[in-house]
Design a protein around this ligand. Structure first.
Ligand code: NAD
Length: 356
């Protein structure tokens, strides 16, 4: 029996409820596929501030680095909103990503046929659904560049700089090509090469690496056009690769056209560790502790862990198929317009487990 050590970062708000759902699903799928998981919880975010005065204790970092993989719920909430920046729960997210060297963010945006009515786009645009994987660079670019304030020609001014090294571009582009290879073999690289030098280097490197992946069809698209194409014809995309800031914005746009924030998982990967898996939504303080949260984004994050961290594709598929079946059978949580018949977090988890 294969054994995997999973670090659990339950966090705040609905975090503990949805992580517990994913743990139940992992245990159930483990029994079916002969996999054994040990789960070790570590403190993060507001819960860590309350317990030991800081959002990312050293013990949490050490524990995550010693785990085979890490599952995160969400952090933050009004209780900690007035703390200074370095003590905010969200600071822990940047800290754990840096400590684990997570330079790749994989964010799938898939429209489930059963949820077509939740999509804000016209029915004819999404008639064929869509299934996009956004590969976003996570540790470089303008969010990490030199910044500051200075006295300029017109008085006070602020600046942020974008820089990307060949190494940073090459490693993320390779992840994207490998990801495309495992899917429909189509890669769109998004940049602003008509204006930015970093984009021109990005584009050059994409074309160089493309020579090693002749089985993958690759094209370039300017980011302004991409923002339009995502709402005009989302089914044209398979894998998208882009820089940190463009990926930040486009992945939120893509998540919105799936119609439901409670459905979308994500994976953050590095070359050395097996990554961190989390739903894209936050801690939803408005429904915390009420057994109302949709656990599917976190359950699907666990499925991504099985696939990307452990290469257990059959077990991952079993979870994805179970979620499909549950949705096709008409089961919904409150956020999916479940109305009076809405299932609770625990009931939705039970349904997924029944359908594994
Ligand atoms: P949010 O994603 O927590 O909530 C937005 C809305 O979506 C709320 O109405 C919420 O009830 C709903 N929602 C979110 N996830 C849901 C789920 N699984 N099931 C049902 N409904 C769901 O965003 P927010 O309200 O802007 O932020 C709340 C807190 O979360 C803030 O402190 C913010 O900083 C933090 N946050 C954390 C992360 C993270 O941990 N990765 C990400 C985003 C926001």
């Amino acid at each position: 029996m294969k054994q995997y050590k999973i670090g659990l970062l339950r966090g705040d708000g609905i975090g503990p409820e949805i992580v517990d759902s994913a743990v139940r699903v992992l245990k159930a799928v483990g029994e079916k596929f002969d996999l054994s998981f040990t789960f070790t919880p570590y403190l993060i975010g507001g819960a860590a501030i309350d317990a030991c005065g800081q959002p990312l204790p050293e013990e949490t970092v050490k524990g995550c680095l010693a785990s085979d993989s890490v599952l995160l719920g969400a952090v933050g909430g009004p209780k900690w909103d007035t703390l200074p920046g370095h003590l905010r729960p969200e600071k822990a997210l940047l800290g754990i990503r840096a400590a684990m060297g997570l330079f790749t963010n994989l964010r799938p945006a898939k429209l489930y046929p059963a949820l077509k009515d939740d999509c804000p786009l016209r029915a004819d645009i999404v008639a064929n659904g869509f299934d996009i994987m956004i590969v976003r660079e996570l540790t470089g670019g303008i969010y990490f560049g030199e910044r500051g304030y200075r006295e300029g020609k017109y008085g006070e001014e602020a600046y942020d700089t974008e820089s990307y090294s060949r190494m940073e571009i090459e490693r993320i582009v390779r992840v994207a090509f490998e990801t495309a290879r495992k899917r429909r073999k189509k890669l769109t690289s998004i940049d602003k090469a008509n204006v930015l030098e970093t984009s021109r280097l990005w584009r050059k490197i994409v074309h160089e690496i493309a020579a090693e992946y002749t089985d993958v069809e690759v094209s370039d698209m300017l980011v302004d056009n991409a923002a339009m194409q995502l709402v005009k014809n989302p089914s044209q995309f398979d894998v998208i690769v882009t820089s940190n800031m463009f990926g930040d914005i486009l992945s939120d746009e893509a998540s919105q056209i799936t119609g439901s924030i409670g459905m979308l998982p994500s994976a953050s990967l590095s070359g050395e560790t097996r990554g961190l898996y989390e739903p894209i939504h936050g801690s939803a303080p408005d429904i915390a502790g009420q057994n109302k949260a949709n656990p599917i984004a976190t359950v699907l994050s666990a499925a991504m862990m099985l696939l990307y961290a452990f290469n257990e594709s059959a077990a991952a598929d079993a979870i994805v198929n179970a979620v499909d079946k549950v949705l096709n059978a008409g089961y919904r949580t409150a956020d999916l317009r479940g109305g009076e018949n809405a299932l609770s977090t625990v009931e939705m988890t039970d349904k997924i487990i029944e359908n594994l």
